[in-house]
Design a protein around this ligand. Sequence first.
Ligand code: ATP
Length: 290
Amino acid sequence: MQSVTVLAPAKLNLTLDILGTRGDGYHTLDMIMQAVTLRERVTVRKSSGLYLSLPGSRVPANEHNTAYKAALAFFHETGLLAGAAITIEKRIPVRAGMAGGSADAAAVLVGLNELYGARLSTQELCDIGATIGADVPFSILGGTARVTGVGEILQPLRRCPPCWFTVCMPSGGISTPQAYARYDELGTDEHPDSAAAAAAITRGDLNGLCETMGNALEYSSASPDTKPICEVLREYGALKAMMTGSGAAVFGVFTQEEAANCAKQALLQRWPQCWVVRPDARGARVVGGK
Ligand code: ATP
């Protein structure tokens, strides 16, 4: 095999609570993450050197790129004396709180493992991924999970009840470190109950899930567009509308595809980046090889 193609899903935070701060300054979290059907498409080809391109994207293809770091970590861990030419079709918005960079790292790890027949287990891939970013193990596993610690402890949950998400990305993204710094300054009264949300998922209770959803970063990090986007989503019948991760993307939960699409059409009048997506039960996976 000379090349593989990998799809890697974005995530949405159904909950994000901040429990405290560790001695090293990292925040301890309690979150429910959901993989969704907006996916990066990553092609990994055998090569003697390491090359990265992201056609049409402004994200720099340099050594700071998560995909580049993932490839280096993979070759370091396996001891393989080889390289790769990586092409990323970027579909997940940047600085959105949707783990686009983590999805790229996950795709590269899964792709290289297949391409070079390295036979690393999913756990081993997750361990390498965790050295690149806290969300990379989730991007590898996908589905629905409760995520605690500083983002490194993952407990897979039952499938999220069937629904549609309308996702809207405002024009400006949000930097994750800045979002946490603003939280440290401003705090919040919003502390969603991830245990209750996990119980609602286990019961298959979408209404109960939506009642418990929330994001502790929304008060301090919301962009000026967050509120008006949430208002449009609610107007079209979203059971819940909120920001994902550290922002800036905002999403609504719908029981009907038609309502989700109508909300998207209404949002497109003011915000050009909108999608209707569904829960994705899987993480980064190989979809083809040549
Ligand atoms: P998260 O939900 O994990 O916090 P995010 O959506 O807030 O993710 P990303 O878009 O994943 O953030 O990454 C944000 C920053 O990381 C950007 O400023 C970008 O320059 C840098 N970066 C490095 N590699 C990548 C990559 N492959 N894709 C996107 N951003 C990357």
